[in-house]
Design a protein. Sequence first.
Length: 324
Amino acid sequence: MEHVTRPDPRKTAALSAALSGAVDLGALKARADAARQAAAAPAAAPSSSGDNGSAPWIVDVTEASFQAVVEQSLQVPVVVLLGASYSPESQQLATSLTRLASSSGGSWILARVDLEQAPRIGQAFGVQSVPTVVAVAAGQPIDAFAGPLADAELSAWVQRLLDALRDRLPGIRAGEARATAPAEEDIVEDPRIVAAEEAFERGDYAAAQGYYSQVLATEPGNELAKEGLAQARFAERAESVDPAVIAKADSAPEDVEAQLAAADAQVALQQVDEAFARLVDTVRRVYGDDRDRVRQHLVGLFELFPSDDPRVAAARRNLASALY
């Protein structure tokens, strides 16, 4: 084979057009199926070598597994690198593409083909020189170039590919989101939140409240601390509530303390609507400081649930009606 050390951009379009006519995916599938049945070989798994790229979207392809890889081009572009181990240019390009693919989040797949081991894939693409790179989307070759590229040019080529296909292939945006999401180890946790969660887990609800309150003293808008404080306060109360208080409260509707305790017991028993209704009814019956205590207690129970919980929304409307 002729070794191309530098692609001629003027030939890129012609090469892509030639590949579109040269590749018979149906025939390739038939050959792949036959090879798979004969060898009983599974589809290629992602490389396990950290140096070669261990992401699941970097695969070393055989004739038996190639069709399965091509089928993934219905979701994301598949960049097929057709090279050979004897070609330094192939190794150089493989290193560059692997590095790019490793950080892609799976917005595209790198399929590495050693033509010495899988010559029929090269024949199907009509490859005349190594390395050759072919982009496949929706099962068809759409672009190609021969020879190595500088890293900046290679990155730009991949980006143009993604830009052109982003609205057509659903997996591109998902992969890009993975690529830009912060790594778990990059997320810095607030030690006060960690301490609060640990205290909560061991049942030290007072300590948990203290840690969450520290956070809120400096960050009043910290939603995690708000939710945690509400949970810790409720857990401390619920721990000592006797479910028998519900019957006591039913028999003594003017006993504000019994109503508050009964509402806690009902929430702990997952009788959320009943707990909310109890306190709204109590707001209607009492006045002054007692009314404010009941209102605050009910609002505290609201904080145990997502703000869009329909039970909370309904109870808020009922509370407003009871107050005004």
